[in-house]
Design a protein around this ligand. Structure first.
Ligand SMILES: Cc1cc2nc3c(=O)[nH]c(=O)nc-3n(C[C@H](O)[C@H](O)[C@H](O)COP(=O)(O)O)c2cc1C
Length: 316
């Protein structure tokens, strides 16, 4: 059975620079969700979000903008904005677990507000022709939240729902709850996309076997930890390419160069690249050591030496 691989968004990581580089050096992703847009108090979209969505900055074939809001006015404002850029779909973030967000009734903090969700979807459908998709967790406090929402969602025109089967209050701890994911499938007529902990081809196969009706899968952290993973999944192979370090090095250098051009100064560049290594390190046989070597770098030359040491085993 054919399937669609979606890249789940990671604010601070999967911006257009990263997306373009993954597309160019690895491929394998059929569609990318952009990290969420949040409006400022004055109903403005920050420049960085604007840059991230500009068609001229994006070379991936399919990009889906996302918004995090609990207001229909904001949703409609962003819908017009993205439609003017040529996008037809807007994904609604109902999954973000961070307390700063959830305490304001946003992200997964919105999941217990069924009436508000219903009202927002109704108004958006009445006042806009944007295609709506949702991305959600099982709930903030407990999974009754999603089980209570799904019947209400039946009447709405929603392209698909990406479900990451954890609770907001869990953050990223514990296991994704596959039994509850199954229960969600049994309680909805909407297209469901699975998201959560797809970190290897073996894990993907396992999930695909368990949920044969699912044909779209979203991978977040796994794409950063192993940018080869989407293409490996598409090719159904467990093996990294033989010369993976060379390929990875080209990708890394392209990423580095783009950030060097767009970020202001070596300090920011170093922090940005080091943050990626929290994930990249997992490609190596000793992730802890690979990350430590990178974290120790205090200058750009030292950083380059650390990258070479990881990739090609040179001494520093
Ligand atoms: C640092 C970070 C930033 C994230 N930013 C977003 C975001 O902007 N929008 C969103 O829907 N999910 C966001 N997520 C959640 C991921 O897209 C994904 O749903 C989650 O990590 C589970 O999938 P995974 O195990 O494949 O990573 C973020 C996750 C992390 C760790």
């Amino acid at each position: 059975m054919s399937f669609t691989l979606l890249a789940s968004p990671l604010q601070g990581f999967t911006d257009f620079t990263f997306r373009n580089a993954v597309e160019e050096y690895f491929g394998g992703i059929n569609a990318w969700f952009a990290p969420y847009i949040r409006l400022t108090k004055h109903l403005e979209i920050k420049n960085s979000y604007q840059r991230d969505l500009l068609p001229e900055n994006n070379r991936v074939s399919n990009l889906i903008p996302q918004v995090m809001t609990n207001s229909a006015d904001e949703f409609l404002f962003v819908a017009v904005y993205v439609q003017n850029l040529g996008y037809s779909e807007l994904n609604w973030n109902l999954g973000c677990p961070y307390p700063m967000v959830t305490k304001r009734g946003l992200g997964s903090g919105m999941l217990k507000h069924k009436k508000q969700i219903d009202e927002l979807l109704t108004r958006v459908a009445n006042e806009s022709d944007v295609t709506i998709s949702l991305k959600m967790r099982l709930g903030y406090d407990n999974s009754r939240e999603i089980l209570d929402l799904l019947p209400m969602l039946e009447k709405h025109n929603i392209k698909n729902i990406v479900i990451h089967p954890r609770l907001g209050r869990q953050l990223y701890k514990g296991e994704a709850d596959l039994d509850l994911f199954q229960q969600c499938l049994e309680n909805t007529g909407h297209q469901i996309c699975y998201n959560g902990d797809i970190t290897s081809v073996a894990k993907f196969r396992e999930l695909k076997q368990r949920f044969p009706s699912i044909n779209s899968w979203a991978i977040g952290r796994g794409v950063i930890a192993n940018p080869f993973l989407p293409a490996m999944i598409q090719a159904d192979t467990d093996q990294l390419p033989e010369a993976w370090t060379v390929q990875f090095s080209r990708f890394h250098d392209a990423l580095f160069q783009s950030y060097d051009e767009s970020l202001s100064g070596p300090g920011h560049l170093l922090i940005k690249m080091q943050s990626f290594w929290e994930y990249f390190a997992q490609l190596f046989s000793n992730p802890h050591k690979a990350h430590k070597i990178i974290k120790k770098a205090r200058s750009i030359p030292a950083y380059h030496e650390a990258v070479s040491a990881n990739l090609f085993g040179e001494r520093i």
